[in-house]
Design a protein around this ligand. Sequence first.
Ligand SMILES: O=C(O)CCC(=O)C(=O)O
Ligand SMILES: [Fe+2]
Length: 309
Amino acid sequence: MAERLVPVISLTGFEQRKVEITAELIEAAEKVGFFTLVDHGISKEEIEAQFSISKAFFDLPAEKKGKTPHDPKTNNGWEYKAQLRPSTGTYDQKESLWLQRNSEWPSDNDVPGFQDTTREFMKKCAEISDQVLTCFARGLGFDENYFKIANDPSQPDCLTQLRLIHYPASEKAVGTWRAGSHTDIGCLTLLFQRDGEDGLEICPGRESHSSFASGDIFTPLPAETGPIVVNIGDMLMAWSDDRLKSNFHRVRAKDDGISPSRYSIAYFNQGRRDFVLQGPLKKYSAITVGEYFAQSVAKNFSRSMTAAV
Ligand SMILES: O=C(O)CCC(=O)C(=O)O
Ligand SMILES: [Fe+2]
């Protein structure tokens, strides 16, 4: 079961417990690639408030959501069932809003409190990410601030994004995917879910940051408000010489009966465009974050639609 597979790691007393937390995080990242953070400093009420803001946005009519349309060049803005997954050859059954610190945001007139609440939420996500990234840097033998600097969201070339996601309720979802199987391209993803809105499934076991073969055993990870599900992305897998695992995951609705709507929120640490990444063992050539991204996107979308992921 996923609860046994995915370690639960507490960040309580972080400064005093850094050595112990580093050991737990590295073990989880090497063995599973997914872990759940508790005592992380964002209260359940703050998480619920951010979900309320997200729901208020998705409840708006399309004309209002479309005031910040998705721009394929920047990958920011609102998209509706527009994400084609190479692994399934179909469009994910969801809508989402991608935000970057300096991208166009929905107006507070349309969603009261959107900007302040969401900016504060992103700030807290960055603080938690910094703690985890500090531990990974230590564990891999880099200076402890290395990944923190490489992912600093206050820098203008930082590609980090927050994504608010809504999977509409569905019935007998046979043959469709809420989110088709994929790995995340960036460094580190923090995922927030809500009680009772299950559907996330994970598939540990990948050997290299560029392999598509993933095995086919997916384990459901029940949704809970509070704990943060964290996974490693391909870029950090490459950056750690494949030590920290970026693994496949997907979101499914039920084949039979009704699946209630699901809301999730993902904070993607995606590095600074001009930062050069290379692992301590130099297993792969040095490459900038921007180039890594461009290559990953091109590789994913050049795959055959029938690829067996
Ligand atoms: O909604 C979820 O739980 C997963 C979302 C996800 O994996 C992604 O957007 O990369
Ligand atoms: Fe993902």
